[in-house]
Write a protein that binds this ligand. Structure first.
Ligand code: BGC
Length: 747
C-alpha cells in the first residue's frame, strides 16, 4: 500500500480491543446495612422507603417525611458538575448524571470540564442520533437505549442525558447530528423506544431540550415563539410521546426562552403542559447553567438545577449559592414560597430514584461488550443512506478491482472525543480507511491521500488527483468534523457547503477517475449541487460511531445492502428551507418567531412546491422493491385503530435488502390550513430476493387530528383523507381514499 500524504495510524493491523468490564453496584442489602449502621430503631429496621414491596408513592412519602429542610434542598441542585448530594444518614447515595446521547461520557473532574484521567471510563461510542433516525428502525432505537442504559449502570450513573428530541428546524443547526430529524412522528417513535431501552436498565433517561433548542446561535438569549398549533403539532409530540408512552423519568429544559420565560422554568410549558396536561411525574432539570432566578425556578416547575457557570468562573463555585439552594431555602424560611412547592420538587426527585431502584437491587450493567459494539455497527450500517447510484457504481466488487484510492481527512479522523455532551472516550474507533483496508484484504492495493485538511496544506488536491488517476476506484471521504461552525454545540454552520475546498477536490478527482464514490461524514444536510452531476455514487454515512469504518466498508462492498432513509430534507440551497426563505433565522435582537409555523421540513417543500435535492424519507438500495395491493381495513368507529393500511412489498431484485415503507396522511378538504401530507406510520421490512411480505400499519384518531387551541384538544375531523404509501415523501407508490365518519376531540 502506498501513501501519498500523512500516513494514518497503523491501519494494516487493526487491533480490536474488546474489554469486558463489569462493575457491580450495591443493592438493597448494602443500603440496608448502611442505614442500620446509622442507628435506626428496631421497629424501623426496614423502613417503608427501603421496602421494595411497598408502592412507589408510599416509599417516596416515607423518605420525604424523614428529611430535614436542608436535606430536601440538597435534592434540588448540583453538588458537582454531574452529581447531587447524598444523605448518608438515611442511606441516600450520590446521584450521578451523565451525557450523552451517543455514549456514556468520560468522567470529568468534579469542578472542571477537564477529564478526570480515569482508566475505567471508556464506553461504547454509538452512531449519532441522526444516523439512528436514518435507520427508521425502532428496534435499533430500543437496542441503542439498552446499550446506553447498561453502560450507565456499569459506570454507576443514574440519569442519562438523552435522547435529544429537538426538531431539526434549520439545516444549519450545529447539533443537528444529535437530533432525530425534522419530523415529529419519526422523532417521537425513535425517542419512545430509546427511552424504553435506557429505562429498562434501571436508569432514568432525560429527554432534552424541552421544548426547543432548534439552533445553537444565540441559544442562551433567544426568546422564541410560535403559534399554538405549531407548538403542539411539531415541537411537542416527541416529548409528549416519551412522557405518555415511555414514562420518561426526566426532562431537561432548553436554554432558550419561550414566550418570555426560560423553558426549564416556564409555567406554561412545564407546569401547565408537561406536568398538568400530560401528567408527568418525574423531574425537570435545567440545562447546565440554564437557570436565572430563584423565583422563576421555584414557581416555574424546575426540580433540579444543574450547571456550573452562573457566576462566569468555574473556580471556587459554590453550589450552595445556586438559585434552588440557599436562596430558595431562605425564601422558604421567609414564607415567600409554600412548603408544598418544595415537597413537590423533592417528591419528583425521589420518585426517579425509586423508579430506577436506587434503594433496591439494580441491574448491574455491562460496559464495552462485543454485543454493544455489534449494536453500534448495526446502527451504523442501517443508518447509511445511499443518495445516488448510477451505472451500478456501488456496490464495489473487491475481486474486480486491484486498486482503490481513498481520499479525504475524514477517512482517518476520529470523531468520538471533544464534543461537549456528545463526546465519548472510546476504546477504538474504526476509521473509514481502516475499514476499507480491512475489508479488501491483501489483493487490493489501497492508497491514501488526504486531499483536504483543516490545517492548510499545499498540493493536497494535486496529490489526490494523481492517486485517483492511478486507481481503479476513488473513494472520497468528505464531510465535516465537529470543529466550530461544522456540527458543533454552541455554533451553527454558516452555510451548507463542504469546507476546506472539498467541492473543488471532488470535481477534480471525478475528472481524473470516473469511478469516484463520495461518502459523506456529517449531520444533515450538505449542499451537493457543485459536484453531484459529476460522480456516479454518493453515500451519506452520517457520524457512524466506533465501528463506522467497518460498517462503511461492508456497505460499499455489498456485504450490507443500504436501507437508511433521510430523516431531513436536503435542500438544493439553504434559501429553499423555510426558516431561511422567510428570513426568521437566527432571530432579531434575541427575538425569534417561527413564522413558517407548521411548514417545517418537507411540509414546507410540499406546500410551496419546491423541488428538494433529496426529499425526506429518501434512500436507495442495491435491490428493487415493488409495492402493491393497498387495502384499508376499517376498525370500529371511535376505537383504535380507526383504520389499518395493508399492502404488499416484494423484493424484485437479486439481493437481500430492507425497505422502509412510509405512510402519509393527506387531508382532502380540511376546514383549516394543514400540511399537504404528514408522516403517520412506517415499517421496515427485510426481504430476500423474490420474497413478498404483507405490511400492516394501523392508524389511530391522532393520525388524522390537528390541534385546536380553542377546544383545546386534538380534533380528528370527519371528512375525506388520502392514505399514501411511499418509498419516500416524494415517491408515493400506493394511495387510497379514506372517509373518517365522525369528528372527535381528544385532550
Ligand atoms: C448541553 C446539554 C448537556 C449539558 C451537560 C449543555 O451545554 O446543552 O445537552 O447535557 O451541557 O453537558
Amino acid at each position: 500500500m502506498g501513501l501519498s500524504h500523512n500516513p494514518p495510524p497503523k491501519f494494516r493491523c487493526i487491533m480490536r480491543i474488546r474489554s469486558l468490564i463489569r462493575v457491580d453496584f450495591p443493592g438493597a442489602l448494602a443500603l440496608a446495612a448502611l442505614v442500620a449502621g446509622v442507628g435506626l430503631s428496631r421497629a424501623e429496621e426496614r423502613p417503608v422507603y427501603l421496602d421494595p414491596a411497598q408502592p412507589l408513592e408510599a416509599r417516596v412519602g416515607d423518605l420525604l417525611q424523614r428529611l430535614t429542610l436542608e436535606e430536601k434542598i440538597g435534592f434540588l441542585h448540583a453538588d458537582s458538575k454531574f452529581s447531587t448530594a447524598p444523605v448518608p444518614r438515611l442511606g441516600v447515595p450520590t446521584r450521578w448524571l451523565t451525557d450523552g446521547p451517543h455514549g456514556v461520557r468520560e468522567d470529568i473532574g468534579p469542578h472542571t470540564w477537564s477529564p478526570a484521567g480515569r482508566t475505567d471510563d471508556y464506553a461504547t461510542f454509538m452512531p449519532a442520533l441522526s444516523a439512528l433516525a436514518s435507520t427508521w428502525n425502532v428496534d435499533l432505537a430500543r437496542a441503542c437505549g439498552a446499550v446506553l442504559g447498561q453502560e450507565c449502570r456499569a459506570r454507576g450513573k443514574d440519569i442519562l442525558l438523552g435522547p435529544i428530541a429537538d426538531i431539526a428546524r434549520t439545516p444549519l443547526s450545529g447539533r443537528i447530528y444529535e437530533y432525530f430529524g425534522e419530523d415529529p412522528f419519526l422523532n417521537a417513535r425513535m425517542s419512545v423506544e430509546y427511552v424504553r431501552g435506557v429505562q429498562d436498565q434501571d436508569v432514568a433517561a432525560c429527554i432534552k431540550h424541552f421544548a426547543g433548542n432548534n439552533q445553537e446561535q444565540g441559544r442562551a438569549i433567544i426568546d422564541m415563539d410560535m403559534d399554538e398549533r405549531t407548538l403542539r403539532e411539531i415541537y411537542l409530540p416527541p416529548f409528549e410521546a416519551a412522557v405518555k408512552e415511555a414514562n420518561v423519568w426526566a426532562v431537561m429544559g432548553a436554554y432558550t426562552k419561550f414566550r418570555g420565560e426560560h423553558c426549564a422554568c416556564s409555567d406554561y410549558l412545564v407546569n401547565r403542559i408537561l406536568k398538568g396536561e400530560w401528567g408527568f411525574q418525574g423531574l425537570v432539570m435545567s440545562d447546565w447553567g440554564g437557570t436565572y432566578s430563584t423565583r422563576e425556578a421555584a414557581l416555574g416547575g424546575l426540580d433540579l438545577e444543574m450547571g456550573t457557570l452562573i457566576t462566569g468562573t468555574e473556580q471556587g463555585r459554590d453550589y450552595k449559592d445556586y438559585y434552588l439552594a440557599n436562596p430558595f431555602l431562605e425564601g422558604l424560611r421567609k414564607g415567600e414560597y409554600p412548603m408544598s412547592v418544595l415537597d413537590d420538587k423533592v417528591r419528583r426527585n425521589l420518585r426517579v430514584m425509586f423508579a430506577t431502584h436506587v434503594f433496591d437491587t439494580r441491574k448491574p450493567g455491562a460496559l464495552n461488550t462485543p454485543a454493544h459494539q455489534a449494536t453500534a455497527q448495526r446502527i451504523a450500517e442501517e443508518g447509511m443512506v445511499l443518495l445516488k447510484n448510477e451505472t451500478n457504481a456501488l456496490p464495489l466488487n473487491s475481486s474486480d478491482i486491484t486498486s482503490v484510492a481513498v481520499i479525504g481527512e475524514d477517512a482517518v479522523r476520529h470523531h468520538a472525543t471533544g464534543l461537549f455532551g456528545a463526546g465519548v472516550k472510546t476504546m477504538h474507533e474504526i476509521t473509514p480507511l481502516e475499514g476499507i483496508v480491512q475489508r479488501v484484504g491483501d489483493n487490493v492495493n489501497v492508497t491514501y491521500s488526504i486531499g483536504y485538511s483543516k490545517q492548510a496544506g499545499s498540493n493536497l488536491i494535486e496529490r489526490a488527483v494523481a492517486a485517483a488517476r492511478q486507481a481503479d476506484v476513488a473513494i472520497i471521504i468528505a464531510g465535516l468534523n465537529h470543529s466550530r461552525y461544522l456540527d458543533d454545540e454552541g455554533w451553527d454552520r454558516k452555510d451548507l457547503r463542504l469546507p476546506y475546498g472539498q467541492d473543488e477536490l471532488i470535481r477534480r478527482v471525478a475528472q481524473a477517475n470516473p469511478r469516484t464514490i463520495v461518502v459523506l461524514i456529517s449531520g444533515p444536510a450538505i449542499e451537493l449541487d457543485p459536484w453531484l452531476g459529476q460522480v456516479p455514487a454518493v453515500l451519506q454515512a452520517n457520524y457512524p460511531g466506533m465501528e463506522g469504518g467497518t460498517a462503511l466498508a461492508r456497505v460499499l462492498f455489498g456485504d450490507v445492502n443500504p436501507s437508511g432513509k433521510l430523516a431531513c430534507t436536503y435542500p438544493r440551497r439553504l434559501m429553499d428551507s423555510p426558516a431561511h426563505a422567510l428570513g426568521t433565522y437566527p432571530g432579531t435582537n434575541g427575538i425569534l418567531f417561527y413564522k413558517e409555523g407548521l411548514l417545517v421540513g418537507y411540509r414546507w417543500f410540499d406546500a410551496k412546491n419546491i423541488e428538494p435535492l433529496f426529499p425526506f424519507g429518501y434512500g436507495l438500495s442495491y435491490t428493487r422493491f415493488e409495492y402493491s395491493g393497498l387495502k384499508l381495513v376499517e376498525g370500529r368507529d371511535a376505537q383504535d385503530p380507526v383504520v389499518t393500511a395493508e399492502f404488499e412489498i416484494a423484493n424484485t431484485g437479486d439481493r437481500p435488502g430492507a425497505e422502509v415503507a412510509e405512510l402519509y396522511v393527506h387531508p382532502s378538504q380540511p376546514s383549516l390550513p394543514r400540511p399537504v401530507k404528514e408522516l403517520k406510520g412506517f415499517r421496515k421490512v427485510a426481504l430476500k430476493p423474490g420474497e413478498k411480505q404483507t405490511v400492516s400499519i394501523p392508524l389511530d384518531r391522532r393520525a388524522f387530528a390537528f390541534y385546536d387551541p380553542s377546544k383545546p384538544g386534538w380534533v380528528a375531523e370527519a371528512g375525506d383523507f388520502k392514505i399514501q404509501i411511499g418509498s419516500s415523501s416524494r415517491d408515493i407508490r400506493l394511495e387510497d381514499a379514506f372517509h373518517l365518519a365522525r369528528t372527535t376531540v381528544e385532550k
